[in-house]
Write a protein that binds this ligand. Structure first.
Ligand code: GLN
Length: 214
């Protein structure tokens, strides 16, 4: 009997790098691991090789920006994301990617990959942290958003898809292969947004395979 042929597209476990310089990276690693992904800390440029996606966690954007440069990660990471590596950015992660950062430090840099303007710590009259149920496009029940000194998205380009708002302000957006969330989905135990991200990662992988073989 002839040996069975291997399926043409091997379904493999996605490998996700979680930027682990500072902030809430452990909880992202746990969420992705629960969903069956291989989640690894990302701290150096050579760890970018072989990743199918990247998570930029919440924390303190000014510190992460400095560390990105100190660890020689800023430009290599930017190149990969520009080339289409899928990313999930939460809270400070959104600030790291925004084209325009308002109320940043004078020397604060961003990767300029999200065509939006964000203002840091801008939920002025709200307490520093609050929770709010968010109706998200494509989800059948609301997602509990945990906001911790979150940035406010003050402007989005037309190309940006808004997936959810709180008080008419975008809190979940998608631009190209970047999913941006101004809250902390990793702190709720609700893995639906990490699932959505892994679906994006899978789709990006399939598109890449088609390009390579087609
Ligand atoms: N306020 C933080 C900053 O400016 C972001 C807070 C967060 O990520 N939860 O970077």
């Amino acid at each position: 009997m002839a040996p069975r042929e291997q399926p043409e597209v091997a379904v493999s476990t996605p490998r996700i790098g979680v930027l682990a310089l500072q902030g809430a990276f452990r909880e992202h690693i746990q969420a992705l691991t629960r969903l069956g992904a291989e989640a690894v800390p990302l701290r150096s440029p050579n760890e970018l090789a072989g990743l199918d996606g990247v998570v930029l966690p919440g924390g303190e954007s000014t510190t992460m920006d400095k560390l990105l440069r100190q660890f020689d990660l800023q430009q290599p990471l930017r190149r990969q994301l520009r080339a289409g590596l899928p990313a999930m950015a939460t809270c400070a992660g959104v600030i790291l990617l925004a084209n325009e950062v308002r109320d940043g430090l004078p020397n604060q840099e961003s990767l300029h990959l999200l065509p939006i303007a964000v203002r840091r710590n801008a939920y002025g009259r709200q307490p520093e942290s609050f929770e709010s149920d968010i109706e998200l496009q494509g989800f059948d029940h609301p997602f509990r958003g945990v906001f911790i000194r979150s940035p406010v998205v003050e402007r989005v380009d037309d190309s940006v898809e808004v997936l959810g708002t709180v008080d008419d302000r975008p809190v979940a957006i998608r631009s190209g292969r970047i999913l941006g969330l101004t809250f902390h989905p990793e702190l709720t135990g609700d893995d639906r947004l990490h699932r959505l991200f892994l679906d994006d990662v899978e789709e990006a992988g399939a598109a890449r395979d088609t390009e390579e073989t087609g």
